[in-house]
Write a protein that binds this ligand. Structure first.
Ligand SMILES: [Mg+2]
Length: 183
């Protein structure tokens, strides 16, 4: 089996970085259950009101995102379970996002880091022996619909928000199930 690990959410704390830029870390304490749309959570009038301040920080916004508390464990778990592990991530519309994300991977996993895919269309990677671990409901649904396996990484912003207090408990159990299921 090959595993594709989503970067923002499971590995890099994108939401934490974004709410800090907007000086709205208060939303982390009372996140509306299952709401993925950051513009909605922050009550911003437009898409550019959300992305403008983030884009202003450019490449370093992405390069400087904090590692999540689960990052190392999820990478270890995936590496033990799969023949190959790759990071899969969707850059923002700002070209600096691609560079900053690659900076982040090099910074945390060693340079040159080559095991990554940057694409807005993660479902194109789907195959019966490929597993996506991602915190976005739609990415998981599309990957499953395209014939792959997928585990939704529990976060307050997705439909597994009730499991978000201990996401690795859920992921460990689901991964054990996936490994038992014949492809
Ligand atoms: Mg994500």
């Amino acid at each position: 089996m090959d595993i594709f690990l989503d970067m923002d959410g499971p590995l890099a704390d994108f939401v934490g970085g974004a709410v800090r830029v907007h000086r709205r870390t208060d939303v982390l304490d009372h996140w509306p259950a299952g709401v993925y749309d950051l513009q909605q959570v922050l009550g911003l009038p437009t898409v550019s009101a959300l992305w403008g301040p983030i884009d202003h920080h450019g490449r370093e916004f992405w390069a400087g995102l904090q590692k999540t508390p689960w990052c190392d464990e999820i990478v270890e778990l995936a590496s033990a379970a799969a023949e190959s592990v790759r990071i899969v991530t969707t850059p923002s519309h700002d070209p600096a996002s691609l560079a900053g994300k690659l900076d982040w991977l090099n910074r945390h996993f060693g340079r040159p880091f080559l095991d990554y895919v940057m694409t807005p269309a993660k479902y194109l990677l789907a195959a019966p022996d490929r597993l996506l671990i991602d915190d976005c409901n739609e990415n998981v649904d599309q990957f499953l619909a395209a014939g792959g396996k997928a585990i939704l990484f529990p976060r307050p912003l997705n439909r597994l928000h009730r499991q978000a207090h201990d996401p690795m408990f859920y992921v460990r159990r689901e991964l054990a199930d996936v490994k038992k299921t014949p492809t």
